[in-house]
Design a protein around this ligand. Sequence first.
Ligand code: SF4
Length: 350
Amino acid sequence: MAKENLEEIKEVDLILGNNEKKEIVKYIESYQEKNVHLEDVMHQKEFLDFGTTVNMEKTRAVVKIQDGCDKFCSYCIIPYARGRVRSRQIESIVEEITALAKRKVKEIVLTGIHIASYGKDFEEKTSLIDLLEKINQIDGIERIRLGSLEPTIINEDFLQRLSKLKKICHHFHLSLQSGCDETLKRMNRTYTTTEFSKVVQLLRNTYPDVILTTDIIVGFPGETEDEFNKTYMFLKNIKFYKMHIFQYSRRKGTKADKMENQVEPQIKEKRSKQLIELSNQNQREYNKKYIGKTVEVLFEEKQGEYIKGHTQNYLYVAVKSEEIEKYHNNLKNVQITEENEEGLIGKIVK
Ligand code: SF4
């Protein structure tokens, strides 16, 4: 919400910008009536490091490595709302993950607004792969999972270094957004479908068990039936394991909001349903290939009479057992016996 709108809410006594969060106690103590301390986010140059920025979800720890984005996709407000790329210092990230490993955390997920841009704002040349090489050396961490990744970062050099890091999970969430070149151009995405296919091929050659997931926007302004069909066919060929489908919604202040030919809600709904169906089909088809195979599962939670967890490549596996205390946060080999719409079912093998 904009500063001006916040100021009009009578219950609001104090407005702080992202960069002032660290000083929140000081501001609360000193405020009198209505104060405004909102630094222009576009001028922020440093990552706001709270020391620990981790969220624990089940057995996984989510670690934020950067903020902001310089990409300016035409539908997205983030570069205006969160400012330019600011990366967190490698030492701070390594320190936090080392502390997590001491607390027996086995899996970390690296997140940010645009993690492919990690290090671009540092004076000394640093990139995401440099950071990953450091994290891979931390004892006790067994899995490093990457959050949503811009496909353009993946090339032969990157994969050559990445494939040497044994803790990297073979699960990549590549934000595609559309499978039609004309739509991608209007979205101001910086790759073509041909380039994206090449990235997929490189990943599949490097990691035969890789799982690829993505985000797709349907009903972007000007998306004709023909454009949507191109997207549909592209996705049918690529066969993502899972697709998160978003119906385009207008964001004030973005280029796409001012574009002509906004798409009717019922058309967005129809296209969304078609892609969700395709995603579900792909997932079940892929899961079936695992029946009879043995996979390693990190157990996270108990649901009813099952304990559940994920494989490193992000298959969701359930095992019938009451003994969550025995298995929680432990890696165990599981033989897959069946699959259903929720995932895979198996039994623990010694
Ligand atoms: S969609 Fe992602 S890459 Fe594009 S501007 Fe928004 S945050 Fe940046």
